[in-house]
Design a protein around this ligand. Sequence first.
Ligand code: GZL
Length: 322
Amino acid sequence: MADVKRGALRAFVAAAVVACASFGAHAADKQITLGFSQVGAESAWRTANTESVKSAAPAAGINLKFADAQQKQENQIKAIRSYIAQKVDVIAFSPVVESGWEPVLQEAKAAKIPVILTDRNIDVKDTSLYVTMIGSDFLEEGRRGGRWLEEHYKDNPGPINIVELQGTVGSAPANDRHAGLVEIIQKDPKFKIIASQSGDFTLAGGKQVMEAFAKTYAGKYNVVYAHNDDMALGAIQAMEEAGVHPGKDVQVVSFDATHGGFQAMVDGKINVDVECSPLLGPQLMQAVKDVVAGKELPRRIKTEETVFVQADAAKIMPTRKY
Ligand code: GZL
């Protein structure tokens, strides 16, 4: 009888050890499941970003659950809660705005599910709520736009009046592309932002805002500073309908350097396009694998980017990936 009891005890202990080993940790041979919440499909940049994430997951052997939030924070929060309930291995998301994430990220932390930010950052006191942020430095992007204006107008006494098409209100790229511009131009009083309004990163939004600006500030603005190519392309349509020649009568500064932005530079309608790479998928999948493997990750993984000007656009355009 004692042997039977010893055998049952040994079997129980072995089962308990296996169970403990896999609780919270990830059995080496089990496929990783990643829950990803995407902002939406508001721009060409976002489409390229989604494609990068969706193609990188299978290439990395990762099972991807993907949700499009139609640019609504409540939809992102719902998706994250759903991933927690499904007990995914890792959650990643591109936060539509910077604030309002503590409650749901506390729930992910309590569920021991690591969170990775991609593309946009969040404003939280407890930075343990996410493992790392993979994406661009929007403040530097804004500075790059400002420095181009500084150089372009260095021999012009001004005044140089700027109308600004801002991205989604409260989003990191909108906040920082504005702040980076201001950091540079505030050094020279000839520059003045005479109007700023959000076009929500969409072509329609950019056109609508620019139609109003073109009326209110007809003949009084020198620069359109658009936080992304989609809004710049909408603004170009509005300016042309108002009889203005974008890229000539008015300098157009844009961000993303998408195919549409490059084409507009080739057509002489955008003067400078500050690159912001959407191709974050491979870096994200590597970070997911590293987190699951228990590796230490840097708090910030920055994407390397540059600035493209009209004169180089035709030569470079065939080499672009998005
Ligand atoms: C930037 C990204 C922005 C792009 C827009 O990383 O969050 O959102 O600049 C996109 O085109 O809509």
